[in-house]
Design a protein around this ligand. Structure first.
Ligand SMILES: Cc1cc2nc3c(=O)[nH]c(=O)nc-3n(C[C@H](O)[C@H](O)[C@H](O)COP(=O)(O)OP(=O)(O)OC[C@H]3O[C@@H](n4cnc5c(N)ncnc54)[C@H](O)[C@@H]3O)c2cc1C
Length: 420
């Protein structure tokens, strides 16, 4: 489906004038780099069975189209606009990024998300990279020329980092890595791996270290790609990676030895904050598509949109979108005010706001997607419609990056309800 033009919702956006040129560049990138590739891949993108290869993995044609879009966006300095200029980004704060992200996601759910770096791209973990890692890792990731994976979760360690088993032990000047990481996005195609391991057992917050390495260099040398997970939204992109006596040099450490916990927290904060633009853009898209549908779908001689029950559902979708968007912009402003959000440690009231942002976005977007599907009736149930794809994605979003329950627990703890 294509983006709705002259949307009645555009009047709500209030994009600040200083972002006009960035938004224009995103629009131009969409028109020149994304839309033609979507048109060329039309049948694959609209049919889940063609979306994946014979093994159930994301199809190579889609992967290469995404990589081309990433590189084009990187060349225009949009892909990593969220990173500081010192790393090659634009230094946009969280508030500005919400406007940029919602514009990108407002195009729907095909190749457009590749315009912006996500968990497989240039994350703020690169702020912790050392000068010797710049040329091989930081620069190509920032420019969208390479992709990465983020290996934290294990089958026995998701919500609680302290349950982690993957470990790295010193051997001379090297580290020997053992363990398995589960539910890893981009697990089979990543050029770069950023993996968290225990290096100081029992060391509390000082127990963990990040390692960054080139996946191709270590394939068959203690590093293996494991099984694909068949997720409900059929992304063909999530699975396991294994380490068996994998030897890494000291130069593979990202940040400081035993300093990984804080980097992980920074990463989770980034993932959580990034929900705002994503869920706002997709909520707006779903409301627009639903408005279109109820004006043209005739039931008993009248448009579906004439029914009060349907009107109320749409009003609730609008309210969910607007309430959460306002909260997100407020949170982003509060985060931007003291300066770059990645400077640690952050005050607990900010942690609470970030968790509120993620929770509110995930749950309100899920309600919007659920109502959009309901109003589309049988059409919404068809697997290859955008409505259905976004409903599946919306359900998924409530798990990764910290579940709804983890957000609620953290909110409560920062309000003084921590008893250990
Ligand atoms: C599609 C997808 C992509 C992902 N990508 C990545 C990735 O790239 N890299 C990566 O490292 N991880 C990734 N993950 C993993 C994700 O971060 C974890 O699944 C998530 O943190 C939850 O961990 P878990 O699955 O082990 O659930 P569990 O921790 O087992 O939780 C199970 C249930 O118990 C609840 N629960 C847990 N602790 C508490 C508590 N203290 N109080 C109340 N309830 C609690 C949870 O909310 C949940 O409902 C991905 C997951 C998915 C689904």
């Amino acid at each position: 489906m294509t983006k709705v033009t002259n949307s009645p919702l555009d009047v709500e956006l209030h994009i600040p004038a200083h972002l006009d040129s960035v938004i224009a560049e995103v629009t131009s990138l969409y028109e020149t780099e994304v839309a033609p590739r979507e048109a060329a891949l039309k049948h694959r993108l609209k049919d889940q069975s063609k979306f994946l290869d014979e093994q159930g993995r994301l199809h190579p044609e889609i992967i290469s189209a995404r990589r081309e879009i990433m590189a084009a966006s990187g060349a225009k300095n949009i892909y990593s606009a969220h990173l500081p200029e010192s790393l090659g980004g634009r230094g946009l704060g969280r508030e500005d990024m919400i406007y940029v992200e919602e514009h990108v996601y407002g195009y729907g759910v095909d190749l457009n998300p590749a315009l912006l770096s996500w968990s497989e791209g240039a994350t703020p973990r690169l702020l912790k990279a050392h000068p010797h890692q710049k040329e091989q890792f930081t620069d190509p990731l920032v420019k969208g020329l390479k992709t990465s994976l983020h290996g934290v979760t294990e089958t026995g360690a998701g919500s609680n980092l302290y349950d982690m088993k993957t470990n790295a032990v010193r051997k001379g000047s090297d580290w020997v890595l053992n363990g398995t990481k589960a539910y890893i996005t981009n697990y089979f195609d990543a050029d770069v791996a950023q993996v968290l391991a225990i290096t100081n057992p029992g060391g509390g917050r000082q127990a963990f270290t990040y390692f960054m390495f080139d996946t191709e260099e270590y394939f068959g040398k203690g590093y293996e790609i494991g099984q694909l997970y068949q997720t409900m939204f059929g992304d063909g992109y999530t699975g396991e990676i294994h380490f068996e006596d994998m030897v890494l040099p000291e130069s593979a450490v990202l940040g400081e030895v035993n300093g990984g916990f804080d980097i992980a927290v920074m990463s989770f904060n980034y993932t959580r904050m990034r929900r705002a633009g994503m869920c706002s853009g997709w909520s707006k898209y779903l409301i627009e598509k639903t408005l279109e549908r109820v004006k043209t779908r005739v039931v008993g001689g009248k448009p579906l949109g004439a029914k009060q029950g349907i009107q109320w559902m749409i009003a609730d979708m609008y309210l969910d979108w607007q309430q959460t968007r306002s909260l997100s912009l407020d949170v982003a402003r509060a985060i931007d005010t003291p300066g770059p959000w990645w400077n640690l440690p952050r005050p607990s009231d900010e942690v609470r706001r970030i968790c509120s942002l993620k929770l509110s976005n995930d749950e309100s977007f899920y309600r919007v997607a659920d109502r959009a599907l309901q109003i589309h009736g049988g059409l919404g149930v068809l697997r290859d419609t955008d409505i259905n794809k976004l409903f599946q994605i919306a359900r998924n979003l409530r798990i990764p990056g910290g579940t709804d329950e983890v957000q609620r627990t953290t909110i409560a703890e920062t309000l003084g309800l921590r008893f250990n």
